[in-house]
Design a protein around this ligand. Sequence first.
Ligand code: FAD
Length: 571
Amino acid sequence: MTAPTDRTPHAPGPRVVIVGGVAAGMSAATRLRRLDESAEIIVFEQGRYVSFANCGLPYYVGGVIAERDALLLQTPASLRARFDLDVRVEHEVVAIDRAARTVTARDTATGATVVEAYDHLVLATGATPRLRAETAPDAAPVVTLRTVDDVDRITAVLAARGDEPGCAVVMGAGFIGLEATENLVRRGLQVTLVQQGARPMSPLDPEMAAAVVDVLAAHGVDVRTGTTMEALDAAGAHLSDGTVVRADLVVDARGVTPATELARAAGLTIGAAGGVVVDGHQRTEDPRVLAVGDAAEKTDAVSGAATLITMAGLANRHGRAAADVIAWDNGRLDTAPRAAAPALGTAIIGLFDLTVAMVGWSEQRLRAAGRQHRVIHTHPTDHAGYYPGAQRMAMKVMVDPLSGLILGAQIVGGNGVDKRIDVIATAMHAGLPAAELAHLELAYAPQYASAKDPVNMVGYVAENLATGLTDTVQWHELDAAVAGGATLIDVRSPQEFEAGAIPGSINIPVDALRDSFDALPEGDLIVHCQVGQRGHTAARILAQLGRQARNLDGGYLTWKAGAAVGALQPA
Ligand code: FAD
């Protein structure tokens, strides 16, 4: 072991050691250099690569990203040249001595250790994927999808199979599992997607997940929900549903846990959510040690509680924030860094031709937490319907009925999903009430949007609900309402009704409603159309004629999607 090295002569400023050289760690390093030319910045990375594009890894497997080099955004040499960083790959930090302010790093190639002193230490150790270890020796290889080495392993298996791609089992239908599935299908593999939960993409509410189920089926993916892989041997993957499926490759994508061993061993607090506890400035309880990225807990924007959100945007932002704190501590910033904004969990995934995006909490999570909420479903097109190529999306927004604030949103569709989720995330960040979405002045031309943008439309519905102009019933409340004596009136055209209708509904097209008014049955009325818009008009006609009617939120499409995928867990 070598003694702590001295400060390099050209670096009279603070000595900063960063553990982890990808998203959060490298953001911290490069931002700090932009703020403080005098700092000595050492980055230890246990892997062979730094600053690689981990979000691009699945697409290299699928061949969408053709060049492996495109994943490698920087090298230690380029980071030395541009940012004067001392980047040491294949160096695992194995211990922190907080009293002495040193770290011990082990060269993973030679086993030699080095001790480095720090004035500030940034832990950017990321998260560790769960990996199924116990397999028979003659079984298919089991890999995770987290590093460049992982994709090298996967592509080597695929290359060895040549023109016969074979079969893969993907464990876990979250973001990484779905991206792995898509890209293995792209490479010609038959994929069995094994998901312990009731549906793929479990953060999505059931009626929103229906499109995910459909797109996987359309691409030939064999989805096994409520299932786990119990054993793997030469015969294949033995699943808990009693079947054995062929597996030439198994991708274990069952999730990650924050890489906190180093912090824990150094006596830093690991929180209830499982990450390193930090304050709003990424400081641990030791002000000389900061933690960022997947390893650190965040503050949830909806609950205010500590949470884990393993996303690249937060990792980069918090890495940058850590650099600001260090620069401020050393007099290199004139303005005190602001505290981190609470985390919204904004996320998006492309799955074949489907785009799925979410922010904040789902309805099922709000119900489980017993949190009051109001739900809005809409099915707008991404741009004006009369302009060619319009694509329908399903939007769902959860609203706090007391404050009117947005608690979460989910959007599933094609074009334009990304734009709408980002506008809603921005509104949540700014603390705009949902009804305020009606008043946003958003860019419009027919090929991009509608004069009433889908986001505006959500605002109109929120406004109507908040003011009591409209009352809605949710798809999962319908059975109970009908059992309680409510009459369900389908206000679509007879052709639409013929093509598929909710059992027990009667068809009175909205245009005939005034003439049929006197013949309407007594008791509660629930109206519905295809997406909720004509239903709203029908409810307003009836209300002004003296009959209260609730509108089925999201109409037939939302009901159908919910009925196809399963029940929402009761509160
Ligand atoms: P990482 O980027 O994982 O970096 C941590 C680094 O620390 C690792 O390289 C690790 O080797 C190193 N390390 C750990 N311990 C030590 C030690 N003791 N000594 C030295 N080095 C150590 N997020 C999105 O928002 N959108 C996406 O589309 C998206 N796609 C993804 C696709 C894949 C396949 C993966 C794996 C992740 C994806 N993510 C995505 C998540 C995103 O990449 C992570 O949230 C982000 O990289 C976290 O940054 P981090 O710096 O905390 O951790």
